[in-house]
Design a protein around this ligand. Structure first.
Ligand SMILES: Nc1nc2c(ncn2[C@@H]2O[C@H](COP(=O)(O)OP(=O)(O)OP(=O)(O)O)[C@@H](O)[C@H]2O)c(=O)[nH]1
Length: 308
């Protein structure tokens, strides 16, 4: 453990340090309560051995201040003191101390108090580790709950929350928010001709081609469901959204995935674009506008971009 020895007597500091080093602990020193408080504010420590009678801040005051400073971070504080009366003992424990050793120092008692405190310290280490693991597992779970299993893109759930946030930001900042709704053409026929496994592989490739086209960290592409994808493009004008949509359409066609029932013999994409400049009252309306443009793209022959 990393132990801070706080005592205004150099002789006692040296005596305690000798005992602790025999037990293979790392030792640092402070000469009074104020120094101890500064040390704990600046550095990590696993245990404090604290004298009580000291100039400036005494041991009880320093302990109270340390507990206040490191509220969520417990480490043992053990008093080393000549004050043997019950009142002092109670005062020390209430100030935030965990054990009370008398001076003159009995090395055996110090040694075994350290053994007891180290046991608690190790349990605490274990608890902290499992809390960290739990936190990581929760983060992973949260990430998974917002991702599409097949393509790894964000899923509908994440889209809903990001779109709601970006819509509110666009309203507040009077900025433009564009969306693209993309749909693979004749995908039912693709599945019918090549099977569902190839259909899934096609979705994965298309998803990657779409996400590869995004240039801004604030853009989001998600799998909206089935063979539909939605891109959310904050601070993006309709003309810019259209350019991106064309890039996406070309990228999918350039994959060269054979599709005998499609006009050009390859998998293609139809895209509807819409931009919110304050005219829509909800994210849903914005998506509906892009959806209507997508419908037109399908009507006009597919493999094209239409704007709402
Ligand atoms: N392989 C696979 N197919 C899916 C998945 N999700 C949806 N589909 C299929 O995608 C097809 C979508 O068909 P439709 O909505 O009729 O659209 P389409 O055939 O692409 O026709 P257009 O959009 O008009 O060009 C359906 O056959 C769904 O079964 C999936 O996760 N994997």
């Amino acid at each position: 453990m990393k132990v801070l020895v706080v005592d205004d007597s150099k002789a006692i500091r040296q005596l305690v340090a000798e005992c602790l080093r025999e037990l293979r602990h790392q030792v640092d020193f402070a000469e009074n309560g104020a120094e101890a408080l500064q040390y704990v504010a600046d550095q990590d420590v696993d245990l404090v051995l604290m004298d009580v009678e000291m100039p400036r801040l005494n041991g009880f005051e320093a302990t109270q201040a340390i507990r206040e400073l490191r509220k969520s971070d417990w480490f043992p504080i053990v008093f080393l003191t000549t004050r043997t009366d019950d009142d002092s003992f109670c005062q020390g424990i209430l100030a935030g101390g965990d054990a009370y050793l008398q001076k003159p120092l009995n090395p055996l008692r110090l040694r075994y108090t350290m053994v007891a405190m180290e046991r608690i310290y190790l349990m605490r280490q274990k608890l902290q580790k499992s809390q960290q693991q739990l936190q990581l597992a929760n983060q992973e779970l949260e990430w998974l709950s917002q991702s599409d299993q097949l393509t790894g893109l964000a899923n509908r759930r994440r889209l809903d929350s990001v779109l709601a946030l970006q819509f509110a930001l666009a309203q507040r900042n009077n900025s433009v928010l564009s969306v693209l709704v993309c749909d693979i053409d004749y995908f039912k026929k693709y599945n019918d001709s090549y099977g569902h496994v190839r259909g899934d592989e096609c979705l994965v490739e298309v998803a990657k081609a779409l996400s590869d086209q995004l240039r801004r960290s604030t853009d989001l592409i998600c799998r909206y469901g089935g063979e539909e994808f939605v891109a959310v493009l904050p601070a993006t004008l309709l003309v810019e959204a259209r350019e991106l949509a064309e890039r996406m359409r070309h990228a999918v066609q350039a994959l060269g995935i054979a599709h005998a029932s499609s006009e050009c013999g390859r998998v293609t994409l139809s895209i509807g674009a819409a931009a919110h400049l304050g005219q829509y009252s909800s994210p849903d309306e914005l998506i509906k506008a892009a959806d209507a443009a997508l419908y037109r793209a399908k009507q006009l022959g597919r493999n094209r971009v239409e704007i709402g």
